[in-house]
Design a protein around this ligand. Structure first.
Ligand code: PLP
Length: 254
């Protein structure tokens, strides 16, 4: 049988704080085989992001073909992509792969450093894209942007299209609260103490990758959410540095 794994389709941050390098650290740490395809090359270290070169859809697809030819990939995480049109083509392609059971979309628009990746959003394409993923993991800013575009006033309304995890990490307050709004109306809120951090890189990337790895390993949506929340909590807690220290993180994963 071909090797089974979880795939990240994301940008390269050469410092390894975010993007593909961080994603594969998470996969490894959680005991999953990780594959990766590159959507962008960024120029950055942990302090600043100075630029980006996008990889075309054709080049992304050319990276995916050999992976899907040889390996069995049941879960995919998607990070930065140039715009919604590229995402749409990517999702249509993934939906032709019958072994792909679960797609996590981290709708990265702005890096923790403040760098803006893209602004080109169209309501119709966004709805279509949401309909083709199994969970979307926006931070507060990304959620507001999506809701404004779709003319929504309540987060729950987003879950008409797909499961949504609204991350509260960038908000203030004593606790850090994330809520999973599920298609069908149920919701689950997870709360942890808010840690004082020094601008840790790649928390969004690590969260969505941990979700993907947990799903790949056979966990439910709710359990995967809980594991991802714990993973990021441990990442924030285990070092004062901006670059995360993944190798100490131990989760009780199936
Ligand atoms: N993906 C790449 C390649 C990045 O370089 C960044 C940030 O610099 C992100 C995603 C977003 O990172 P975060 O996890 O902080 O949202």
């Amino acid at each position: 049988m071909s090797k089974q794994g979880v795939l990240s389709i994301a940008g390269v941050d050469p410092s390894g704080g975010a993007g593909l390098l961080a994603d594969t650290k998470v996969f490894h740490q959680m005991g999953a085989t990780g594959f990766g395809a590159c959507t962008a090359i960024t120029y950055q270290n942990e302090d600043e992001l100075s630029g980006i070169n996008w990889i075309s859809w054709e080049q992304i697809r050319a990276q995916l073909e050999p992976l899907f030819t040889l390996y069995s990939i049941n879960v995919v995480k998607i990070g930065i992509v140039e715009n919604l049109e590229v995402l749409h083509r990517l999702l249509k392609y993934l939906r032709t792969k019958t072994e792909v059971e679960f797609v996590v979309w981290d709708p990265v628009m702005v890096a923790s450093s403040g760098y803006r990746f893209h602004t080109s959003l169209s309501a119709e394409v966004l709805k279509d894209c949401m309909g083709m993923v199994d969970v979307v993991t926006p931070n507060q800013f990304e959620m507001e942007e999506m809701m404004a575009l779709l003319g929504m006033s309540r987060v729950e309304e987003l879950a008409r299209y797909t499961n949504v995890i609204a991350k509260g990490g960038h908000l203030n307050g004593q606790v850090s609260e994330d809520t999973l709004y599920m298609v069908g109306g149920r919701s689950l809120t997870l709360t942890r103490e808010r840690l004082k951090t020094t601008g840790k890189r790649g928390t969004g990337c690590s969260f969505s990758s941990a979700m993907a790895a947990a799903k790949h390993l056979g966990n439910s949506l709710e359990d995967s959410f809980e594991m991802a929340k714990t993973y990021v909590y441990e990442l924030l807690k285990n070092s004062e540095e901006k670059l995360g220290n993944h190798h100490d993180i131990k989760l009780n994963v199936k």
